[in-house]
Write a protein that binds this ligand. Structure first.
Ligand SMILES: [Zn+2]
Length: 300
C-alpha cells in the first residue's frame, strides 16, 4: 500500500475528512470478492472525501500489481445479470450512439464476457475490442466473442491514438488504481467526435445515502466513488466536451435485487428460495439504484 492524494483533482489527502473507516476482515474474503455483480460484503478500504472536488477515495489503496492479480483470479458467475446490464446500458447510450460520426471501432474496458460488444456488433460497429483481466469471465464467453477480448489490464500503449469511435467502461472506473489514467487515455484513443461512456455509482444518490454502511458501494473493490460533480471534473480535465452525467435506471431480475438487498443472510436465503420456487425471481424490475451514466465527446 502507498498513500495518494485525490486521483481526480490532485488535492492532498491530508485534511480530507474520513468517509468510511477500513473494515476489511481477511477471513471473510473469497474468490468472489473481486467478481462482478457479487453478493455485497460491506467491507471497504479507508475512504476519505476530497474537499476540493468531492470525490471519495481510498488514500492508501493496494498497489497496482495486487489489484491486477485480484481481478485476474476473480471468480465469475453472473452471466444472466451481465446480459440484463448490457441491455440496459445499450438503451441508455442510444442518444450517444446516434450522435457519433461513425461506427467503426469500439473498445470496452472491463468487457467481462463481451456481451456488450455483441450488442454493439448488432448496432453496426465493424471492429470490436474488449479488455478484461478476469480469466474466468473470458472463459465464460462464447467462442465468437473471445476473439474480441484481450486478457489483462487495460494499457493505452496497446492501441493506436485516435483509433476508436466509441470507448465504454461500465462499473469499472471505481475499481482502477487511477481513473485519471483511463480518462486521459480514452481521450487520446478516440477519434475527434468520438464518445467515452461510463457507468459508475453515485455515492450522493439518495439510495446510497439512505443505506449508508449497508450500501453495496461499500466494497473492497472500490478505490474511489464518484458523484455527478467529481466525475464531470475528471472528464473536463481530460479535455472532453459535451459532458453529460445523469442518473441511470438498471433493470435486473428480482432474484438479483434480492441478493443486493441489505437484509440478514437467513432472511435473504429464505426470500431467494421463495422467489426461485415460485418463478417470481425471473421477473425483471427496473430501478434507480444510485448509478450514473456519463457520456462525453472528444471535440472535433
Ligand atoms: Zn479531488
Amino acid at each position: 500500500m502507498s498513500t495518494r492524494g485525490c486521483p481526480v483533482c490532485g488535492a492532498p489527502a491530508e485534511g480530507a475528512p474520513a468517509f468510511h473507516e477500513s473494515n476489511i476482515d481477511p477471513s471473510k474474503l473469497s474468490g468472489f470478492s473481486f467478481a462482478s455483480r457479487k453478493t455485497p460484503e460491506f467491507m471497504a478500504h479507508r475512504l476519505v472525501q476530497c474537499p476540493e472536488c468531492e470525490l471519495v477515495y481510498a488514500d492508501e489503496p493496494p498497489d497496482e500489481a495486487v489489484l491486477a492479480n485480484a481481478y485476474h483470479v476473480a471468480d465469475f458467475d453472473s452471466s444472466e445479470e451481465a446480459a440484463d446490464a448490457a441491455a440496459a446500458y445499450l438503451l441508455a447510450i442510444r442518444p450517444t450512439l446516434d450522435a457519433l460520426k461513425g461506427r467503426g471501432a469500439a473498445l470496452e474496458i472491463g468487457a467481462g464476457t463481451g456481451i456488450f460488444l455483441e450488442l454493439l456488433a448488432g448496432e453496426g460497429f465493424s471492429e470490436l475490442v474488449g479488455v478484461e483481466p478476469s480469466t474466468a469471465a473470458i472463459e465464460a464467453a462464447p467462442v465468437r466473442r473471445r476473439a474480441w477480448i484481450r486478457e489483462g489490464i487495460f494499457r493505452e500503449a496497446d492501441f493506436a491514438p485516435a483509433s476508436f469511435d466509441l470507448i465504454c467502461c461500465f462499473m469499472t472506473m471505481e475499481h482502477v488504481r487511477d481513473p485519471r489514467v483511463i480518462s486521459d487515455a480514452a481521450f487520446r484513443l478516440l477519434r475527434p467526435g468520438g464518445a467515452f461512456v461510463t457507468v459508475t455509482h453515485d455515492y450522493r444518490a439518495p439510495v446510497n445515502r439512505l443505506l449508508g454502511k449497508r450500501s453495496p458501494i461499500i466494497d473492497i473493490e472500490h478505490m474511489q466513488l464518484f458523484s455527478q460533480r467529481s466525475i464531470a471534473r475528471l472528464f473536463e480535465t481530460s479535455g472532453f466536451a459535451r459532458v453529460g452525467v445523469r442518473a441511470f435506471v438498471n433493470t435486473y431480475a428480482l432474484s438479483y435485487w434480492m441478493r443486493l438487498a441489505p437484509l440478514p443472510a437467513l432472511l435473504k436465503t429464505a426470500a431467494g428460495g421463495f422467489l426461485q420456487a415460485t418463478g417470481a425471481g425471473k421477473a425483471k424490475l427496473g430501478a434507480n439504484v444510485g448509478n450514473l451514466i456519463s457520456a462525453v465527446f472528444k471535440p472535433g
